[in-house]
Design a protein around this ligand. Sequence first.
Ligand code: GFB
Length: 371
Amino acid sequence: ANLERDPNGYLTYCPCMGRFGNQADHFLGSLAFAKGLNRTLILPPWVEYRKGEMRSRQVPFNTYFDVEPLKDYHRVILMSDFMWHLADDVWPESERVSFCYMERKSLQQEKNDPDQPNCHAKDGNPFGPFWDTYNIDFVKSEFYGPLHFDVHHSTMATKWQSKYPAESWPVLAFTGAPASFPVQLENRELQKYMQWSAKYRDAARDFIRKVLPRGAFVGIHLRNGIDWVRACEHVKDSQHLFASPQCLGYKNERGALYPELCMQTKESIVRQLKRTIKNVRQTQPNNEIKSVFVASDANHMIGELNVALSRMGISVHRLPEDDPYLDLAILGQSNHFIGNCISSYSAFVKRERDSHGFPSYFWSFPKEKDR
Ligand code: GFB
């Protein structure tokens, strides 16, 4: 590892919002932002939540993704490498300042000085556990508003550099990701630098070779847990929800939001899946679809799908144990993919497939009457 100090400075942040799909969107934006500012990006661990656990877990970035390919785009360093080998020199404890747009109220105001505006960067979960992973405490807060993170459409990068030059601010530490959600259109293509670690590449390949029958397969993402049912209630009062720009367009060029885009009936899922398979059989007779791989956070519908597809000679499969990352890696490799347009988890798969030129579709899109 190249552990020489970067004279242009560093950028670090907590992926403190949402689960993997949200964090991945934020990661791409943060990567673009770090490049825009010409600072080395410190690769944060992924923040995970397990049932029954009060504190988030921090999983090293390179558990899931290789570090090297990212360097083709910009300078990066694992957070552990930075903290253990460079922080004493570059970022002494007395100089650790947390950045936030404006004051953030404390959860326990009485504990803190109520008059002193602060980022409260370690307040609550996952904030505290995240920085604690590397024994980081902040001595001060810095409010960077009205600066923002869009380095594509303005002289924003220059403004950051003149307000926070690397000589006096060697590390910019952000309370949340310096990026938008969903990912900015211009940053989607950075997905190609996120390549699965050998462990996940191999596990996906083994599952496809050893468990799925020989031949092409369709990967589907069924986002249908109770949290999703609740989230879908917001469809009626929004132009966009979560990742919906990926199918509707960032300016709703391809239509307005509608409920079926978020939550589909079992019947419509079966119908669309059958139609997709028939369509592929007609247009690509040489690469016949033999199976369906289902990824889901709740109901995989294995029984229903097997019944519906057995007459077409198609078997339906899932992982024996819940593994959100292996599900993603397999979906990325499927011959065809149908995902949920609103879900940022589906969006990760869609971007990865786009970067390889693999085809993807969304449930109930385009809208039924427009088809
Ligand atoms: O990834 P994520 O931000 O995507 O959160 P959405 C969904 C999480 O649910 C994933 C699990 O990180 C996984 O842990 N999950 C979802 C799955 N689909 C699958 C799957 O196919 N297989 C497995 N094994 N796990 C939204 C968030 O989630 O949900 C919003 O964007 C909000 O912040 C909303 O919380 C309710 O975009 O789908």
